[in-house]
Design a protein around this ligand. Structure first.
Ligand SMILES: C[S@@+](CC[C@H](N)C(=O)[O-])C[C@H]1O[C@@H](n2cnc3c(N)ncnc32)[C@H](O)[C@@H]1O
Length: 430
């Protein structure tokens, strides 16, 4: 093992501090002074109180991502903010298992959210982080897994040729989730969007890929397509309706002949449940050529594709394999004259097409006894919340009596410049 690689240090928290954390979870900020007074009365120093309450607060927040597991973890604020949510980390682990990987090194493991799911899936894990405190937390979090080891090192300083031997065990594959923010004392300071400014940077990742090792790399979902290396499969993942990441899969972890893919997961926060998976062997330029001409009109049904399909530029795949057509080349809504069931795409029947005009929309609200309203939009610069308030008044969007109806409006635009039409579609979900 090189001298720059060393085992993660032990955590700073004492046994007494670790045992005290649970009584303040869930943590309520309004009670902070009370908590501190209780702990001081139990004999804890001011520094111990700070550490105990920081963990109670972080565990409370992190339970949204990790469920009950959070109650047994040690976390920094930046650590859980950057960490992969459990359902998505489990999906990463499944890809390694399916590729028959036995031993993975997690380069930049953070507090170990991905590493935990790798270990739980039966992989031997070598988790490495540059930051001593973060590595100490990862070590604490992975302590139940005898096949996991946590090390401290700057992965950019490792001798890549020595990779298979450097950690005292063979490594079949790598996982990287580069830091997209600067962190000081466990808190986020600033964020960066250029993949060359990530830590480690994209150029280092490409060097790693060139060694031929199987590798997955998590990136922000907004990475421009022209920054994505040719030699990987880029998989956009959405969870509970939000596009959370793109993973670049290299070498044996990439699906053969797939360049772009999208994975849509439903809302379960802790177990992955796949709504749909779409892939394409083509790059964007090919896919665009294959897409049919947009229609510039709305038919009887309209469809709202999941963001992962849009970011992966896979609408052309849907158009190619169904009867759906784009309403406009710049707007990610599809339309058809009969109802279609397309996985990863929400469908609506178009009940009425109205102009985007307060008078017409207020009349529609009145005539249909609308008391609660969902407003969706693509391609128009209108705040859905402001429009909802304008049409219904400032009351909360909850039904007070059983009398009124719920309405759904889709605001969009067809065409550009002088010939452009702005439409409000009154729709009902299929
Ligand atoms: C986005 S976080 C990883 C989160 C992790 N995947 C999880 O789900 O918990 C990135 C981590 O990479 C670490 N890191 C950044 N540059 C590194 C380097 N050159 N060597 C090792 N670790 C590095 C940071 O300290 C940070 O903890």
């Amino acid at each position: 093992m090189s001298t720059s690689v060393h085992p993660a240090p032990a955590v700073e928290e004492t046994q007494e501090e670790l045992e005290a954390i649970a009584q303040f979870v869930p943590y309520h900020t309004s009670q902070a002074l009370n908590y501190a007074t209780q702990l001081r009365a139990q004999g804890f120093s001011a520094e111990s109180v700070r550490r105990i309450l920081a963990q109670a607060k972080n565990r409370t927040k992190a339970s949204e991502k990790f469920g009950d597991r959070a109650h047994h973890m040690l976390l920094s604020e930046a650590g859980y903010e950057q960490a992969t949510r459990q359902a998505v980390a489990m999906v990463h682990a499944q890809r390694f298992v399916q590729a028959k990987v036995h031993s993975v090194a997690d380069f930049g493991c953070g507090i170990g959210a991905d590493a935990l799911c790798f270990a739980q899936a039966g992989l031997a894990v070598t988790a490495v982080d540059i930051d001593e405190q973060t590595a100490s937390y990862a070590q604490y979090n992975l302590a139940d897994f005898p096949t996991a080891q946590v090390l401290c090192a700057d992965v950019q300083q490792l001798e890549l040729k020595a990779l298979p031997h450097i950690f005292g065990r063979p490594i079949d594959a790598l996982w990287l989730d580069p830091a997209r923010r600067t962190v000081q004392q466990g808190k986020t300071q600033s964020r960066t969007f250029d993949a060359e400014d990530f830590s480690p940077p994209l150029s280092f990742i490409r060097e790693l890929a060139q060694t031929g090792i199987a590798m997955g790399v998590k990136m922000g979902p907004a990475i421009p397509h022209d920054q994505i290396p040719e030699e990987c499969e880029a998989q956009w993942i959405s969870h509970h309706g939000s596009v959370v990441e793109v993973v670049l899969w290299f070498n044996a972890l990439a699906q053969p002949h797939v360049k772009r893919s999208a994975l849509v997961l439903d809302s379960d926060p802790f177990e992955p449940s796949v709504v749909t998976e779409v892939s394409s062997p083509y790059h964007e330029s090919h896919s665009q050529q294959q897409a049919s001409e947009p229609l510039y009109e709305v038919k009887e049904y309209i469809y709202e594709p999941d963001g992962a399909l849009i970011r992966a530029h896979l609408l052309s795949e849907i158009i190619r394999t169904t009867d759906a057509e784009l309403i406009d080349e710049h707007i990610a809504y599809l339309t058809s004259s009969h109802p279609l069931q397309i996985r990863g795409v929400k469908g609506y029947r178009v009940e009425q097409i109205l102009p985007i005009n307060d008078k017409h929309l207020k009349r529609w609200v009145r005539e249909n006894s609308i008391t609660t309203l969902t407003v969706k939009k693509r391609g128009v610069d209108i705040s859905p919340e402001q429009l909802r308030i304008k049409l219904l008044g400032a009351q909360k969007n909850t039904k007070k009596s059983g009398k009124g109806h719920h309405g759904t409006l889709i605001l969009t635009r067809i065409g550009e410049g002088k010939t452009s039409r702005r439409l409000a579609l009154a729709v009902s979900p299929l």
